[in-house]
Design a protein around this ligand. Structure first.
Ligand code: SF4
Length: 210
């Protein structure tokens, strides 16, 4: 799709080389090796203010993955993504889709909390996002739901806002990405829940195609 600078997942991700170089020589589960690497990461300034890294949670063989922008205060405290008020709404959305938090996987663009809940800076996102690429490469979901502008812009390499790109799949190699509203936005704008649910219904239909 010409709206996006790049849409080839290999080109964007470069994951095959990363996995080959950084995971295989150590043996063991590449996902756990990756988690350990993130836990000690100091590649960007966000490591200075974190209490915990928020690596991700759920089923590492899931067909469905949700990606948000980054941890908030409660997530930083617990080390788990989407556990505050917007996390509770996300859990309801997941359950309305016939899933649980255990059957899907949830991760963020950045693994450490940006101070004062600001959006991650571009250099922070670009430094951290290879970890997410490696999670995606390992999990191999069929569909990724991108929650909000920051997640969608970073994953899809676009500057367009979420209202312009939500509701239509963007294909990144074999993974279909559905951008939709962030639950925190839905808490402030209840009238957007309906269009968001329509987006999630498209995701459900896609997953039931197989
Ligand atoms: S945000 Fe990502 S790149 Fe930055 S320190 Fe945390 S894990 Fe490392």
């Amino acid at each position: 799709m010409e709206l996006f600078d790049k849409n080839e997942i290999k080109e964007v991700y470069g994951v095959e080389d990363i996995l080959a170089e950084e995971c295989e020589p150590d043996g063991g589960d590449p996902f756990e090796i990756l988690r350990a690497e993130v836990e000690s990461c100091k590649k960007c300034e966000l490591h200075k203010t974190r209490d915990n890294i928020v690596f991700g949670t759920g089923n590492t063989s899931a067909d469905l993955m949700f990606v948000g922008e980054g941890p908030g205060a409660e997530e930083d405290k617990q080390g788990i993504p989407f556990v505050g008020r917007s996390g509770q709404l996300l859990t309801k959305m997941i359950e309305a889709m016939g899933h649980t938090r255990e059957t899907i996987y949830i991760a963020n663009i950045v693994k450490c909390r940006p101070p004062e809940n600001r959006n991650p800076f571009e250099d922070e996102s670009s430094t951290c996002i290879p970890y997410l690429y490696r999670q995606i490469e390992y999990i191999k979901p069929k569909v990724i739901v991108c929650l909000g502008s920051v997640a969608a812009q970073n994953l899809l390499k676009t500057k367009l806002g979420i209202t312009k790109i939500r509701g239509e799949f963007v294909e990144l190699n074999c993974v279909k990405v559905m951008p939709t509203f962030h639950p925190a936005y839905l808490l402030r704008n209840g009238n957007m829940k309906k269009p968001c649910w329509e987006d999630l219904q498209k995701v459900m239909a896609e997953l039931s195609c197989d």
